[in-house]
Design a protein around this ligand. Structure first.
Ligand code: AMP
Ligand code: GLY
Length: 424
């Protein structure tokens, strides 16, 4: 079986790393991949939005299964592209259709979906450019802080939380009338602020049956104590200690079952990973957001904890027979710490050589923004450079190992958060 993993981050390196442990795997391809995937797979120089290029590569390399890492190709309809072409329709795809991907691609769609299916989420209304006055009126009915969300994909930047009504009104106008987030903010969701602790839950589904994967918590801010600018994610732990069986039962009954059932009943069954961004308010879980893919860096702690044959899980998902396979999870905790380029998430330089990657240890160094320099060295090529994952009896012990491993890795300007898990 030949498998293609689409994407180029730590998430995709972790997926390739896990697949490579399955005896049924023949050749793994990554597109475009990074220096980490290059060690385990064949990197193909293709962009994730280049459906034609991906299709010709899939035929040329006799690919049987494609696992889609990031959201953009899903929202653009890569699944529909493959299933609608007879010469490609035999290829299994782990990733939802364009319509189902609207759960991430449109916050207004996701909110309306949750409302239709009684899934707990913050109260909201959505507004277009002609509805600015109605938006102002809705803001008046809420108490601060105010939550404004660009409807479309905005690379994780489209959510604003504002303390004053004045600021909320200004930002609403900038989003709706001045394209603050481009096309993405042509529609804006305004919602009630929920106060609680966040966690992420991942579900693998073939549209009928589902498996609940381990929970994780990520740390999005650049600075210690969750301060400073938002990043793609600076570290993660799994499982989340407060996600006890009582909470998870509520998540399954109130959120997972109605989500999968709701999609099926609306004729858009979901095939792939559902990433539930949740908040626990009191004892109850609410959905903050849906993503239609795995998280990054959450994948780097969730996937290594899966003990079952990963290829079998992926194939069963693509072929609609997930109920036939068993999911085993390693009992140990996992933690990952992300090493970033100096200056990230602002502007930063690339191209610095990375040393210490070969040092022996039981930690796994997943590559994110790395590439080969053509002379056998690995150099930095992105903001998030590496994600260093370790296992331990609890997340603190796992973290200690990741920090020890990081101490051996060097590149100019390297930074990382020393307080992952600080709030747990
Ligand atoms: P999102 O991109 O939807 O995950 O939102 C980014 C972050 O904004 C979330 O991780 C939360 O920390 C916060 N957030 C979003 N919606 C709300 C809400 N209704 N109440 C409180 N915090 C929220
Ligand atoms: N770590 C958050 C995300 O992948 O969206």
């Amino acid at each position: 079986m030949n498998v293609l993993v689409l994407g180029s981050g730590g998430r995709e390196h972790a997926l390739v790393w896990k697949l490579q442990q399955s005896p049924g795997v023949n050749t793994i391809y990554a597109a475009p991949g990074n220096a980490g995937t290059a060690g385990l797979a064949t990197n193909l120089p293709l962009g994730v939005e280049d459906f034609e290029g991906i299709a010709s590569a899939a035929i040329r390399h006799q690919i049987d299964l494609i696992i889609v890492g990031p959201e953009v190709p899903l929202v653009l309809g890569i699944r529909d592209y493959f299933t609608s072409r007879p010469e490609l329709s035999h290829i299994g795809i782990v990733g939802p259709s364009k319509e189902a991907a609207q759960l991430e691609g449109s916050k207004a769609f996701a909110k309306a979906f949750m409302q239709r299916h009684g899934i707990p989420t913050a109260a909201y209304q959505s507004f277009g450019p002609e509805e600015l006055e109605a938006g102002y009126a809705f803001l008046e009915t809420l108490s601060p802080p105010y939550v404004l969300k660009a409807d479309g994909l905005a690379a994780g930047k489209g959510v604003l939380i504002l303390d004053s009504l004045e600021a909320a009104r200004e930002e609403l106008q900038a989003m709706l009338l001045e394209a603050k987030f481009g096309e993405a903010s042509a529609r804006v969701v305004i919602e009630e602020f929920l106060s609680g602790i966040e966690l992420s839950c991942f579900v693998l589904t073939d549209g009928n049956s589902y498996k609940i994967l381990p929970t994780a918590k990520d740390y999005k801010r650049i600075g210690e104590g969750d301060t400073g600018l938002n990043t793609g994610g600076m570290g993660a732990v799994s499982p989340v200690p407060f996600a006890d069986p009582g909470l998870m039962e509520k998540v399954e009954e109130r959120i997972i079952i109605p989500t999968i059932g709701g999609l099926k009943s609306e004729g858009i069954p979901f095939v792939g990973f559902i990433f539930l961004g949740l908040i626990r308010v009191g004892e109850d879980p609410y959905v903050i957001e849906y993503n239609v893919r795995m998280g990054d860096p959450e994948t780097e702690v969730v996937v290594p904890r899966i003990d079952s044959d990963f290829l079998e899980l992926m194939q069963a998902t693509a072929q609609g027979r997930l109920s036939e396979v068993h999911l085993d999870i390693r009992p140990e905790s996992a933690a990952t710490v992300v090493m970033v380029s100096g200056g990230y998430p602002g502007s930063y330089e690339k191209g610095f050589p990375i040393s210490g990657l070969e040092h022996p240890s039981d930690s796994v160094v997943f590559h994110a923004g790395t590439k080969g320099d053509g002379e056998g060295r690995v150099i930095t090529s992105g903001g998030r450079v590496l994600a260093v994952t370790s296992f331990g009896e609890d997340f603190r012990k796992a973290l200690e190992k990741s920090y020890e491993r990081i101490a051996r890795i060097e590149f100019q300007g390297a930074g990382y958060r020393k307080d992952i898990g600080f709030d747990l």
